[in-house]
Design a protein around this ligand. Structure first.
Ligand SMILES: Nc1ncnc2c1ncn2[C@@H]1O[C@H](COP(=O)(O)OP(=O)(O)OP(=O)(O)O)[C@@H](O)[C@H]1O
Ligand SMILES: [Mg+2]
Length: 222
């Protein structure tokens, strides 16, 4: 698939013929220089952004054939997204942010509280449940974002620098938790990272170079 953005200086092609497959339950790391299009690619797979040409198929569904409303429903049901900038809802507490995907997916009310509570405990934030995002540190917000992305057991988890704001030890704990949850639920994970340690926890590493995917170890940036 290919994707360009219209900028002040004209159309700029970011992804030029990206092609790859990810198998079910596979954990893949996506690496590449800043600005190469990693977040753009995740946004496309999440159905947030659209492409110029090509095909994107997730769980047998061709996203290019869906309109915006259908893509929203697809995203709600199938995708967990840890955004690079967290995107927590500022007017909701940590607990309410984690509950949101369950509510949108119409989980039974009694399950919503239990699942959200359990997830906040797993990310070590049970005692900060009533805090609003602006009362949390960057790392704490990131952990809420991870909890929110995984609480509804989505089939595909997309993570954009999900350990970027955490110290080494917390980052490692979050990676372990992330892997454990994904494994338990058979989730497929596509994670963007600049950290070699994080990438090395993946089954496979893909690198974006000049708008295309480079396969193979020789392409690694480290
Ligand atoms: N909405 C937009 N309109 C125009 N250009 C955009 C838009 N979004 C991203 N870009 C440009 O597309 C390119 C790829 O951006 P993207 O955010 O995907 O990079 P990235 O690989 O995630 O970088 P980083 O590692 O810094 O997060 C950048 O040059 C960026 O300026
Ligand atoms: Mg990015």
């Amino acid at each position: 698939m290919s994707k360009s953005y219209l900028t002040a200086s004209g159309s700029e092609t970011i992804l030029r013929g990206v092609s790859f497959d990810v198998g079910q339950s596979e954990r893949v790391a996506l690496i590449g220089a800043s600005g190469c299009g990693k977040s753009t690619l995740l946004n496309v797979i999440a159905g947030i952004d659209t492409i110029d040409s090509g095909v994107v198929t997730v769980a047998g569904q061709d996203l290019t054939g869906l309109d915006e409303k259908q893509r929203t429903l697809y995203r709600r049901r199938h995708i967990g997204f840890v955004y690079q900038s967290f995107n927590l809802i500022q007017t909701l507490t940590a607990f309410e942010n984690v509950q949101l995907p369950l509510q949108l997916n119409r989980f039974p009310t009694e399950q919503i509280t239990d699942l959200a509570q359990a997830m906040l405990e797993r990310v070590g934030l049970a005692d900060r449940a009533t805090a609003f995002p602006d009362q949390l540190s960057g790392g704490e917000q990131q952990r809420v974002a991870i909890a929110r992305a995984m609480v509804h057991s989505p089939s595909l988890v997309l993570a954009d620098e999900h350990t970027g704001n955490l110290d080494a030890e917390t980052g490692r704990q979050m990676m372990d938790l992330f892997s454990e949850l994904a494994e338990q639920c058979g989730q497929t994970v596509l994670m963007v990272t600049h950290s070699r340690a994080v990438a090395d926890t993946a089954d496979r590493i893909l690198q974006i170079v000049d708008g295309r995917i480079e396969h193979g170890d020789s392409a690694r940036v480290w």
